[in-house]
Each structure stands twice: as structure tokens, then as C-alpha cells.
Design a protein around this ligand. Structure first.
Ligand code: GDP
Ligand code: MG
Length: 302
């Protein structure tokens, strides 16, 4: 990948809000292009990372706060320490609300859980495109934060349509982040496909496991990617070695090595895709692929 820039800002941002207000839509707009994560710094592994946005010398890492997705019967426990801890652990909070409607009890709950948090908070009034009284609605939402003494901003936008406003929001969030080295290395080119991205993660995992044996002799590619009705991602991939003798080394005794590579890759993919993944990995031999123009092109090395 590219070298990591110096003098960077990086941090964790939680996107909270009741269901259906547009959190996922906003996250996707903020992310734009998914960038390949490779080896996160240790602190990141315990958080539910939903996506990473690198831009210049800033890295925004969007995380899930599990406590905020509890079903209604857990309302009484809503304010418990778990949620507070999860939120205290992030550098900024984005609260998404639906400007089409006034706040409900669920919004009040979310507001209570974030009101006293000593972190910059941005209220995003979403669905501006279909709201009749956006200013009035936003005022009702921000009123739920009454008594809050920490930094609070608000914006109104359409997560679905307002590319520019979403970009401005991203810039504002990044400006608020602490100075930190990047938690994730900057991945490959930002125009890579999800297939290239997944293949790159597989290659990283293979390299990690095969370190001493055949460092530069493997390439990887994703040969098929389908989504099942229930959301499971079915991915078929290949590890390409350049001589027959290397195949067994990648597979390992009893298939153990390949199994470990596949399992580690699948785990990473599941975290970043936030869904179940079925990953099938085969090892194939393309003799001398490193000297073969056509094979190189096929493997994504232009
Ligand atoms: P989440 O449950 O908070 O993650 O909400 P989603 O992102 O899944 O969005 C819920 C619904 O609202 C989806 O049908 C979206 O298409 C829709 N939605 C999200 N943002 C906007 C918006 O800016 N304008 C409009 N009109 N619809 C939106
Ligand atoms: Mg969602």
C-alpha cells in the first residue's frame, strides 16, 4: 500500500440514532470508497468497526455502539454503563435524526445517553429532501439536549442526495479529531473493487502465515462474489503460486495452513462488511506467473 502520511489526525466516530433515521445511508455516503484495512493497531480490534474513511492526512473510523441497538424491552437498562463506556471510548459522536417527524421516546433515550458526553457532538437532521418543517423539527431534537455543556453542532442534509453537505460533514468531523497516527494503514488505490480489496486481505493473511517460506511467490484473486438472499456473502478466491512444489506449502499438512489463512481472512472480511461471509479458497499453480505478462495482467498487476 501507500505510505502512511505524517502529522495525521485519526479517531473513532460513533453514529447513533434510532432505527430507520438513515444511519447506514449516511455512513455509506461518508465512506464513499471503502479502503482496504490491513493490520489495525491493537486498540481497534475490540471495537465494531463499520468503515474507515481516509482522506489526505485524516482517518475517520466509524464504529458501532452495540448498546444503542437494544430492543425495546431493554429500555430500562438503556442508560447502563455499557453504553456510556462504549460512547466514552470514541472521539466524536454523530446523532442522526429524521427531520420528517418530531422526536419520539426512542429519540429522547438516545439524547439522554449522549447529552453529558464530553465529546464533540454533531446532530445530523436527515431526510431534508422530504421534510416539510425541517427547522422546527431540528429545534425539537436539539431541545432534547438541553443542559448539555459540551461542544455541539447541527446540520440538516439528505444523506441520500447531498454529496456536498456530506463531504462538508466529513471535513468538520476530521477537523475535530485528535492528532494521532493512523490506526489502519492506508490501503491500495481508492478505486479498487471489492474483489481487489478482498483479494488483498487474503494476500496479506497468506503472507503473514507463509512469511519465511515463499514471500513473493503468491498472488491472490477473487473469482466470484455473490450475495445470498439472507445477506451472506459467498466469495470464491484463489491463491496463485508459481510452481507446483509451492502448492503443498500453502496448503500445509492436512490443509491446516490454508484453513488458517482462510479463517483469518474471513474474519477480517466479516468485520468490515459487517455481515456473514462464506469464503472458499483454492490454491492454483500458474507456472512462472511473475514473468508472464498475461498472467500478471489477469492477477491485477498492470
Ligand atoms: P438506519 O436504520 O438508521 O441505518 O437507516 P437506513 O440508512 O437504513 O435508512 C432507512 C430508510 O431511510 C431507507 O429506506 C433509506 O433509503 C431512507 N433514507 C435514508 N436517508 C435518506 C434521505 O436523506 N432522504 C430520503 N428521502 N430517504 C432517506
Ligand atoms: Mg442501519
Amino acid at each position: 500500500g501507500q505510505p502512511t502520511p505524517v502529522n495525521t489526525r485519526a479517531g473513532f466516530v460513533a453514529i447513533v440514532g434510532k432505527p430507520n433515521v438513515g444511519k447506514s445511508t449516511l455512513l455509506n455516503s461518508l465512506l464513499g470508497v471503502k479502503i482496504a484495512p490491513t493490520s489495525p493497531r491493537p486498540q481497534t480490534t475490540r471495537k465494531g468497526v463499520r468503515g474507515i474513511s481516509n482522506q489526505g492526512d485524516t482517518q475517520l473510523i466509524f464504529v458501532d455502539t452495540p448498546g444503542l441497538h437494544r430492543p425495546k424491552d431493554a429500555l430500562g437498562k438503556y442508560m447502563n454503563g455499557e453504553v456510556q463506556n462504549a460512547l466514552a471510548d470514541v472521539d466524536a459522536v454523530v446523532w442522526v435524526v429524521d427531520l420528517r417527524h418530531p422526536p419520539t421516546d426512542e429519540d429522547s433515550m438516545v439524547a439522554r445517553s449522549i447529552r453529558d458526553l464530553p465529546r464533540p457532538l454533531t446532530v445530523v437532521g436527515n431526510k431534508l429532501d422530504v421534510s416539510k418543517y425541517p427547522e422546527e423539527a431540528l429545534r425539537l431534537y436539539t431541545a432534547l439536549l438541553e443542559g448539555r455543556t459540551h461542544e455541539t453542532q447541527s446540520v440538516m442534509l439528505s444523506a441520500q442526495n447531498d454529496v456536498n453537505k456530506v463531504a462538508q460533514l466529513r471535513t468538520a468531523l476530521a477537523a475535530n479529531l485528535p492528532e494521532n497516527p493512523f490506526f489502519f494503514p492506508v490501503g491500495a488505490a481508492s478505486d479498487q473493487s471489492r474483489e481487489q480489496w478482498a483479494a488483498e486481505i487474503l494476500r496479506e493473511e497468506a503472507m503473514k502465515k507463509l512469511r519465511d517460506e515463499l514471500p513473493y511467490a503468491v498472488a491472490t484473486r477473487v473469482t466470484s462474489w455473490t450475495e445470498r438472499q439472507d445477506g451472506l456473502q459467498r466469495i470464491e478466491a484463489e491463491i496463485v503460486v508459481d510452481r507446483a512444489g509451492h502448492k503443498g506449502m500453502v496448503i500445509g499438512a492436512g490443509g491446516k495452513q490454508l484453513g488458517a489463512i482462510g479463517a483469518a481472512t474471513r474474519k477480517q472480511l466479516e468485520v468490515f462488511l459487517n455481515t456473514k461471509v462464506f469464503l472458499g479458497v483454492q490454491v492454483i499453480v500458474i507456472p512462472g506467473w511473475r514473468e508472464d505478462q498475461e498472467a500478471l495482467r489477469e492477477l491485477g498487476y498492470e
